[in-house]
Design a protein around this ligand. Structure first.
Ligand code: PMP
Length: 436
């Protein structure tokens, strides 16, 4: 695996050329376009456990995991079987099904931070709806978000929003009316004085402070718990809702996400990715009182033709059933630490400007020697080394997300044996980056 030969991308290249005639940039989500790394995006035809295969039959150990949902790896038997079983009865009814109850029960009975939940079809939808809920509940319009945190692509939140935008050198999206952007106050992470000043400047106008409690969309900007606790305190003192966007961290660092890991009670939480077991599901949840504002109980409208879709619910049920198993998260973390420690030990021994940051089963490959990176402006903007590493890894059978601002994920299928196989390939790829 760690001998490097340039992989053939002939079939992917042909498919990409065709795709460009159908889709803007040839893709249905921008970061897939390999704009900030070399070559055509690989078209994937199959996944099994920790491995994927592309249309040229190249095999890779996959650390992207569909950007986070696949905590059990690709095509896990339990999820496939449950989907197949549900599929026998049809795919969608637009009426309630017992599967929605089952998934909700599984989540709520293992999560002390929320009383009620509403399923959506994506993380974006969940966050957008949660913001509307915060505004409806508080009767305030402004929101605070943090630079580098991504919360999906709804208008209010596409301001200084992390990887997708940073990768393309934009801080905000075109097409967002100035009047809407003006309601979003953007602050640096890890800067309490800035936050206190801002809150004092807009008394009784701020509906919520939204944060990825584990910011993982612009590198992995791990916050000190004291910062998150301070947010809790400021929110409580000022009648502001604390909004944890746990689309990545939920069911990833612990079943109830960062809220559980740090034991901090947010007022609104959003989930996505893992919750749907690889199918499109998002969710927002809160207390009984706050959730009573949602239609049809309350005046905040939110709906979805395919919300709570039975196939998606089935995948979520099967996936989360595995996640609640005793020791699941400890085991995930132990294997990830084994992998990350090996890379860091190697990098240190070679004195490379490279360090892997990690939490739970999330990791980020940083071309840095800093002890900690807590805000977006501390990241080195030169992505040339990452670009080299990306190609070097592909050529050694390792697939990672095609952006240096994205994190990687270890799944249950990444056994110690598979990680042991990946480590020398990573080390060899690092040698190529730093010596060529
Ligand atoms: N919030 C966070 C923290 C995310 O990481 C993402 C997606 N990466 C979203 C929201 C949006 O989710 P989706 O892509 O499912 O719309």
């Amino acid at each position: 695996m760690n001998s490097s030969t340039t992989i053939s991308r002939t079939n992917s290249e042909k498919l990409f050329e065709k795709a460009k005639t159908y889709f803007p940039g040839g893709v249905n989500s921008p970061v897939r376009a390999f704009k900030s790394v070399d070559g055509a995006p690989l078209f994937i035809k199959k996944g099994d456990g920790a491995r994927i295969w592309d249309e040229d039959n190249n095999e890779f150990i996959d650390f992207c995991g569909s950007w986070g949902p696949l905590i059990l790896g690709h095509n896990p038997t339990a999820v496939r079987k449950k989907i197949e079983e549900t599929l026998q009865n049809g795919t969608s009814f637009g009426a309630p099904t017992r599967l929605e109850n089952e998934l909700a029960d599984l989540i709520l009975s293992h999560n002390k931070y929320i009383d009620k939940i509403r399923f959506t079809s994506s993380g974006t939808e969940a966050v957008m709806s949660g913001i509307r809920l915060a505004r409806g509940y508080t009767n305030r319009d402004k929101i605070i978000k943090f630079e580098g945190c991504y919360h999906g692509h709804s208008d209010s939140l596409l301001v200084k929003a992390g990887s997708g935008l940073v990768t393309f050198g934009e801080s905000s999206s075109a097409g967002v009316p100035k009047s809407i952007a003006a309601e979003t106050l953007v602050l640096p992470l890890n800067d309490l004085p800035a936050l206190e000043k801002c809150v004092a400047e807009y008394p009784n106008q701020i509906a919520c402070i939204i944060i990825e409690p584990i910011p993982a969309n612009n590198g992995l900007l791990l916050q000190d718990k004291s910062f998150l606790l301070a947010l809790r305190e400021i929110c409580t003192k000022n009648g502001i809702l604390l909004f944890f966007d746990e689309v990545i961290s939920g069911f990833r660092v612990a079943f109830s996400g960062a809220a559980e890991l740090y034991d901090i009670q947010p007022d609104i939480v959003t989930y996505g990715k893992i919750i749907g077991g690889g199918l499109p599901v998002g969710a927002y949840g809160s207390s009984e009182k706050i959730m009573s504002c949602i239609s049809p109980d309350g005046a905040v409208y939110q709906a979805g033709t395919l919300s709570g879709n039975p196939i998606a619910m089935s995948a979520g049920i099967a996936a989360l059933t595995e996640c609640i198993a005793e020791g699941f998260y400890q085991d995930q973390k132990a294997r990830t630490d084994y992998f990350v420690d090996a890379l860091n030990t190697y990098s240190k021994s070679k004195n490379y400007d490279f360090e892997v940051f990690t939490i739970g089963s999330i990791f980020w490959l940083a071309f840095s020697k800093k002890e900690a990176i807590r805000s977006a402006d501390e990241i080195d903007s030169d992505m040339t080394p990452f670009k080299k590493l990306h190609s070097a890894l592909l050529n050694r059978g390792i697939y990672i997300g095609p952006s240096g601002y994205e994190v990687g994920f270890v799944s249950k299928a990444h056994s110690k044996e598979i990680l042991t196989e990946a480590i020398p390939a990573f080390c060899d790829a690092l040698d190529e980056v730093f010596t060529s």
